[in-house]
Design a protein around this ligand. Structure first.
Ligand SMILES: [Zn+2]
Length: 423
């Protein structure tokens, strides 16, 4: 460094340089935080021809404190626990007033305060409620100002491919870290694969699914655009999501056959199975008798779906079956749901496929919460797992070309070599 004492003119340059550096830093921060409108072009920086350029401003060193909102904490308590003193705390709350509704703060919200070192001046506060909702407090000419951060949400289509060892949900949780994907897959395959009964180790599942990110962080998965299930029991099933020119959205195989059937393959959302159709020792009566249906072990309160459209023929107590719903369907079949803890429908009412008709319970002859599900044709019981019911409307012939064009990208993704499991 040169040792010449600064002349008044030189001092002015140093001040100007510092001011420009601060201005530039502030602009950069705003640009980084809100990517939306481009900043106006910076004013040309005067170039000192004779005097050396002012030294660059030292980088700002900051210290961050982070907290996760806990049960029964109010905003003041959260901020006070992060070392904000009274005046600062009031300024922050004032800046967020009208920006973030404090009645909406939630357990798990992430709060982060940044201070400059060594002085500890307030630099920023971020209040994050999930990847897409972030609120900021930054210094501004009037003190502190609050704003909602503009988050860029991007949509991608990804292929998730899993090999199943024990359960579909476990495999998807491992591969995609998203527990809701198993339910999405079960929804799409609801007429073809019973995720309780039909799944065997070594089966494989592929999903072509929308993936949304907020500023590069995973936000959520969206619609399943295509899926392939290859299983020992089910064989290979491929389905594609298609919205036809009339606006109807459904899932179809690559020949345009609808996935929809008269009956769902299972009357409960995908959870856990206990007993299969066939003879077994009755857990309460203690002797072997024909088991006239399928048991779905599921927690008490799990919704029970009508497997198909129909009219409720019984809703109430029915001997060992306990609290029961029975539905008469147009194809001459009756579906029966036993041991319910709650019945949501009355005899005589019309129900639609996947309507919740009751809740899983343990009423009647039952050792624990489960759904006993049975199908009757005429007077006798048939195995619900072996029912083959006709499919819904196929893609209309005049829309076939449109259908094939639209599913082509998803089909190519399904054909790709499966990616390796993450771990
Ligand atoms: Zn049973």
């Amino acid at each position: 460094m040169d040792s010449t004492p600064p002349t008044p003119a030189r001092r002015a340059w140093l001040l100007l340089g510092t001011a420009l550096a601060i201005g530039a830093a502030a602009t950069a921060a705003v640009v980084l935080l809100r990517p939306a409108p481009a900043p106006p072009a910076a004013a040309p920086v005067p170039v000192a021809e004779v005097r050396p350029a002012p030294p660059p401003a030292p980088p700002v060193v900051t210290r961050a404190t982070a907290r996760t909102v806990e049960r029964n904490q109010n905003p003041t308590q959260v901020l006070a626990s992060m070392g904000l003193e009274a005046t600062e705390l009031q300024a922050v709350l004032g800046a967020l007033d009208g920006v973030l509704s404090f009645t909406r703060i939630r357990v798990g919200d992430q709060v982060r305060v940044e201070r400059a070192l060594p002085g500890g001046e307030f630099r920023s506060l971020s209040w994050r409620q999930g990847p897409a909702d972030e609120f900021l407090v930054l210094p501004c000419p009037t003190g502190l100002c609050g704003s909602r951060r503009e988050v860029t949400v991007t949509r991608d289509v990804v292929l998730i491919s899993v090999s199943i060892r024990s359960s579909v949900s476990e495999a998807l949780q491992t591969a995609a870290r998203d527990p809701s994907l198993a339910a999405s897959a079960a929804d799409v395959l609801a007429w073809d694969v019973d995720f309780y009964q039909d799944v065997r180790g070594g089966d494989s599942l592929k999903l072509v699914v929308e993936r949304f990110e907020a500023d590069g962080r995973f936000l959520r998965h969206g619609d399943v655009l295509a899926t392939e299930y290859a299983g020992k029991v089910t064989g290979r099933k491929r389905l594609f999501r298609y919205t036809d020119p009339s606006g109807f959205t459904g899932y179809y195989d690559d020949a345009g056959t609808s996935a929809r059937r008269g009956f769902l393959k299972a009357p409960v959302p995908y959870v856990h199975l206990t007993s299969r159709f066939g003879s077994r020792r009755h857990p309460l009566l203690g002797y072997v008798r024909a088991h006239q249906g399928v048991d779905y072990g599921a927690p008490e309160g799990t919704p029970v779906w009508a497997v198909g459209d129909g009219v409720v023929s019984l809703a109430g107590w029915s001997g060992g079956c306990g609290l029961t719903v029975q539905i008469r369907h147009r194809n001459g079949l009756d579906s029966v749901y036993c041991h319910l803890s709650k019945v949501n429908v009355a005899a005589g009412s019309h129900v639609g496929q996947r309507q919740v008709v009751g809740r899983v319970g343990s009423t009647g002859l039952s050792t624990g919460p489960h759904l006993h599900y049975a199908i009757r044709r005429g007077g006798s019981y048939v195995n619900p797992l072996q029912l083959q019911l006709p499919r819904g409307e196929p893609v209309k012939p005049e829309w076939r070309d449109d259908f094939l064009t639209r599913i082509d990208a998803a089909r190519q993704q399904l054909d790709r070599t499966p990616i390796a499991l993450l771990d």
